[in-house]
Design a binder for this molecule. Structure first.
Ligand code: SF4
Ligand code: SF4
Length: 225
């Protein structure tokens, strides 16, 4: 899932300065799970912004709505009947949601309420950590399911750097060295032989930006368009 965190309220307030009718748009998927931009967070954010506007004697109307996903046209279309009433939209989607919303309603000012952090997993209540950097050339089959592109601070593909220290990373001593983790996992799996294989340099050409992918079942239809 995509993990995000709300921007400080002062930063959001500053972005909204000068706008009078504002719609806060939540997203009910990843950012709802990480408690940054779902229905509940949108209600709280809108209430806080209304209170701040009142205290500052600012004439602002702040409404809120949450859709299922901001990264899907089908759900963005549901906003069409509301958009005319507002001069700015504050999105609590991830960066992809904010951009897709701005693209769909390109005559509106769309502002980001969150900072998008990473693709990660829920480690426990209220705690997430990164697992993948979406490199488009996955090598987890070679590394015991632990990603050196993500877990190693230097993205090393062929074993640890000289700074690894009793299983900890030299860049962040609180964090386990990715290559110690990989070694231990491969040892457990009886696959230490994989360490003898030299990994070629990453082919960054497969991950050109912006990434684009069409499922083969839909490619023909896309070509006919
Ligand atoms: S190698 Fe790492 S960054 Fe690349 S796709 Fe696999 S898990 Fe993600
Ligand atoms: S100590 Fe380990 S995780 Fe840290 S940069 Fe070196 S190889 Fe990567």
């Amino acid at each position: 899932m995509i993990v995000a965190k709300r921007k400080p309220i002062e930063q959001i307030e500053a972005m909204l300065d000068g706008f009078q009718r504002i719609l806060v748009v939540g997203c009910g998927t990843c950012v709802a799970v990480c408690m940054a931009g779902g229905e509940k967070e949108v209600e709280l954010l809108a209430a806080e912004l209304r209170m701040k506007a009142k205290l500052a004697n600012r004439r602002q109307t702040i409404d809120e709505i949450t859709i299922t996903r901001q990264c899907d046209k089908e759900y963005l279309d549901q906003l069409a009947k509301h958009m005319g009433q507002y001069d700015a939209v504050l999105s609590t989607g991830c960066g992809a949601g904010v951009q897709f919303l701005a693209e769909r309603y390109d005559d509106k000012i769309v502002l980001p309420a969150l900072n998008t952090l990473f693709i990660g997993v829920a480690e426990g209540p209220g705690a997430w950590s990164q697992r993948c950097t979406a490199c488009a050339d996955c090598l987890l089959d070679q590394t015991g399911g632990i990603c050196p592109m993500t877990i190693c601070a230097k993205n090393l593909l062929n074993g640890p750097c000289g700074g690894t220290n009793h299983g900890k990373c030299e860049v962040d001593g609180q964090k386990d060295c990715a290559w110690t983790l990989i070694y231990r996992r491969l040892e457990k799996l009886g696959r230490l032989d994989l360490l003898k294989k030299v990994q070629p340099p990453k082919d960054y050409s497969v991950a050109t930006k912006p990434g684009r992918f069409t499922h083969e079942a839909f490619q023909q239809a896309e070509q006919q368009e």
